[in-house]
Design a protein around this ligand. Sequence first.
Ligand code: G3H
Ligand code: 13P
Ligand code: ZN
Length: 307
Amino acid sequence: MLVSLKKILEKAEKQHYAVGAFNINNLETIQAIMTAAETELSPVILSTSEGAIDYAGMEELAALAHIAAKKTKLPVVFHLDHGKNYDLVVKAIKSGWYTSVMFDGSSLPFKENAKKTKQIVALAHKKGISVEAELGAIAGIEDFVSVEEQDAHLTDPEQAIQFVRETGCDALAIAIGTKHGAFKFKGESRLDYARLKKIAEVVNVPLVLHGASGIPANIKRICTQYGCEISSAKGVADASVKKAITLGVRKVNIDTDLRIAFDAGIRKFLAESPEVFDPRKILTPAKELMTKVVRHKMKTFGSSNKG
Ligand code: G3H
Ligand code: 13P
Ligand code: ZN
């Protein structure tokens, strides 16, 4: 059943858990996510990035997501992730396929980000589509040379109040020290919980944690054993994500953990079964590993049995 982001996150807010937003690029990833959702009885958000749309096509991904949503009683959100291209976000809204879009104006000056987000909200709300917006730079605390530089890039609570009030967005992606991709931290994972707590206290829309992949040790081990160069990869620990949820995060974005699970499954299978060339057989272990990862996330986020 397709639902809006607003609806799914309202329930999460009341019951203090978070819903996973998993990036999709192909049929196998959608199947893996939906198998996990059915097993865990969890609501789920299927996210398409601009890169995924370039790769697979908006219409194609929408068709796959809509079929998956039709086949389940669980709440499913079909979401545009990091829409930086204003026209693409408008296209997604007009298509009638999306139940949620993210307009990512985080690289724009505050005023311009707020202005464009507000315009997107007006268009989307007319059609009952939710809007996620972003304020701050999701880049990782260690990317900055000083505390001052870091502070200037993380989400400012006072600005967040003004931004949400001016734009009317339904969810806000915040920067508290996470980073996209597999190489998030050099040492221990560090998130600015005090900042998150403050934002959650003053902002009245659900908060979104991007760059939340954990780089699970078992998956990383298989990847590296079979030749993938990710030995220095480091993600956000499960305990850190749980703490962020306790402090008010209601949507957690995961892409990299699915990518490395897919990679691990394929590399291991091909190395161990040189005689096989049937793509269905090659992709099955990749799908199974992705399902395991997603099930683990749903348990960690507290969304299991909330569907
Ligand atoms: O937030 C970014 C997601 O991991 C999507 O990445 O733009 O390479 O598809 P992508
Ligand atoms: P990861 O790279 O940590 O999986 O983050 C994904 C994300 O934030 C997608 O929007
Ligand atoms: Zn993101």
